[in-house]
Write a protein that binds this ligand. Sequence first.
Ligand SMILES: [Zn+2]
Length: 178
Amino acid sequence: MFWAGLFALLLLAFTAATGTLANADPLPRERQLSITMPTTRVNLSAKFGETSSYWGGLPHSGLDFDGDTGDAIFAVAGGVVKEVGMRGSYGRTITISHSDGVASMYAHLSATEVNVGDQVFAGARIARMGATGNVSGSHLHLEIQLRGVPTDPYGFLFAANPGRVSDPPAWACRIYSC
Ligand SMILES: [Zn+2]
């Protein structure tokens, strides 16, 4: 009985180890999903990685799109709504799950127009811009998360042409120089 138990444990450990190796991917996963515009106007007030006393000295975890309360917010890619609700300094938020452990989070919303479990397509209207949470004015904080970790949206914007930036979407060039 003891040996059978030990064998099962070793088999489990072996499966876990080989499973990790099998899942290893030499290409960044963010290259596999391209994102579309979350707002009708692209007027960026903060980029990913910028630091400011406003964020407690921490690097900014997303992209801030300036606008007015009530402006329409669109899903940047197809997926399933995972979370809708208040999240501290992020205010009212929506989080959408996409493929390969990628999620998009929309923060500081004034109103939400989807529910947990809803299927959404890229470009679907999901919310209204607002100024809830820790903000100095109305804007959208868009955060792209890779397995729960905030990630630079750069790779997603240029996903249509991985490794090259010769043909990026025009709106991406208003965020990153092209
Ligand atoms: Zn922000």
